[in-house]
Design a protein around this ligand. Structure first.
Ligand code: PLP
Length: 425
């Protein structure tokens, strides 16, 4: 690398360091361009993207259909606020509700905003429909959850990095161990429980997949006890785990959910890839008896449901369906896990490979080095593949779902080679 090019990336890193809040610790790569499964840095080096902006870019970077929708709509109308109707929101709501099989949709912007909206809706339902006394509603969360960064949501976090120094927290929260049916059942005995909020697979916690009967168990308990099951599919949804949703088994989505178990939540939370990484869009979906508990003036957002977001999201969801990215994620995910699992026998630093579809993680034995996952990710980037550690010794691998079989094999070659360099002696 010449001195001139080194300066280029270093310049942008310095700018962020000097003028931005220090709330992230990025890998030292400055990205300037993306197309499909590839990213390029400021020096023109090409990388395979194995993070997909935390699963927001399932459709690949700058997908031409989504970008065309963005550009066409941007020159017509971008924002009206909800003070008026616009000619895209209703069309989008009809599209979303039929795509996912619910009566109503509420559109927001970020994932955490949708989670907050779901919590508010659940509480409102509890007072209006379940008959709880005002201020008494509780929501059950699970250990290791990640639902975003607002105060309400971190109040349920068990990660000290997310919570320390930010109290006091929101009341009305019960936290039980993940994937523990007995603990969940016990918590749901509390008559003031209004809802259970759960990620079908815990993404940020390190791609933790629960037992196959865990979600059906929660579903049944919630139905039996008149409690709302709320699924946070911000990361797992939109074909990431090899089907349209990691939970849904009951929607009219053109066969995406064939043969899946029937675990339909009462409130479904979506974000990230719902807009293909082009704009911040999120949504919650529910049926009328729940959604209509919120009335005009009780909840809203200036940008939520803007025409640009609506059009972009419809294009992003069209791409998922038309290119059958669910099936591709399922097939490539199997190849990826098979190849990665072979390393467990040959290299003791790889202790576990887990995941579903193209949401996967490798758990490393980091007892000696302490920074093993980080160092491996730095070496991966030098070898043309971008991934990020999560929770110290875990590397998450979540490429765009438009990857081909040849490409996934090439990426497995890179990962095997790099992890091989860190082999325990
Ligand atoms: N919920 C889950 C499961 C997530 O993984 C995330 C982000 O990683 C969020 C919510 C928050 O989404 P956002 O960062 O768009 O607010």
């Amino acid at each position: 690398m010449s001195t001139e090019t080194v300066k280029k990336s270093a310049y942008f890193i310095d700018l962020e360091d000097k003028y931005g809040a220090h709330n992230y610790h990025p890998l030292p790569v400055v990205l300037t361009k993306g197309e499909g499964v590839f990213l390029w840095d400021a020096e023109g080096k090409k990388y395979y993207d194995f993070l997909s902006a935390y699963s927001a870019v399932n459709q690949g970077h700058c997908h031409p259909r989504i970008i065309k929708a963005l550009v066409d709509q941007a020159s017509e109308l971008t924002l009206t606020s909800r003070a008026f109707y616009n000619n895209k929101l209703g069309v989008y709501e009809e599209y979303l509700t039929s795509y996912f099989g619910f009566d109503k949709a509420l559109i927001a912007n970020s994932g955490v905003e949708a989670v907050e909206s779901a919590i508010k809706l659940c509480r409102k339902w509890a007072y209006e429909k379940k008959g709880l006394t005002d201020q008494s509603a509780k929501i059950v969360f699970v250990e290791g959850n990640f639902h975003g960064r607002t105060l309400g949501v971190i109040s349920a976090s068990t990660d000290p990095l997310s919570t320390s120094g930010f109290g006091p927290y929101l009341p009305g929260i019960i936290i039980v161990p993940y994937n523990d049916q007995a603990a969940m059942a016990e918590a749901l005995e509390d008559p003031n429980v209004a809802g259970v909020l759960v990620e079908p697979i815990q993404g940020e916690a390190g791609v933790v997949v629960p037992d196959a009967d865990y979600l059906p168990f929660i579903r049944k308990q919630c139905t039996d006890k008149n409690i709302l099951m709320i699924a946070d599919e911000v990361q797992t949804g939109i074909a990431r785990t090899g089907k349209l949703l990691a939970t849904c088994g009951n929607c009219s989505c053109d066969g995406f959910c064939e043969n899946q178990p029937e675990v339909k939540p009462d409130i479904l939370i979506l974000g990230k890839a719902i807009s293909g990484g082009v704009l911040p869009v999120s949504a919650i979906l529910a049926n009328d008896d729940v959604m209509l508990c919120i009335r005009p003036g009780e909840h809203g957002s200036t940008f939520g449901g803007n025409p640009l977001a609506c059009v972009v999201s419809m294009a992003a969801l069209d791409v998922i369906r038309d290119e059958r990215l669910d099936a591709n994620a399922e097939q490539l995910g199997r190849i990826f896990r098979d190849r990665m699992r072979r390393m467990i026998e040959s290299n003791p630093i790889v202790t576990l490979v887990r995941g579903k579809g193209l949401l996967n993680a490798i758990v490393l034995d980091d007892s000696e080095e302490g920074k093993l996952a980080w160092n491996i990710c730095v070496r991966l980037s030098e070898n043309g593949l971008l991934a990020k550690p999560t929770h110290g010794n875990i590397i998450r691998f979540s490429p765009p779902l438009v990857m081909t079989e040849d490409q996934i094999h090439e990426c497995c070659d890179i990962i095997e080679k790099v992890i091989g360099e860190f082999r325990k002696q």
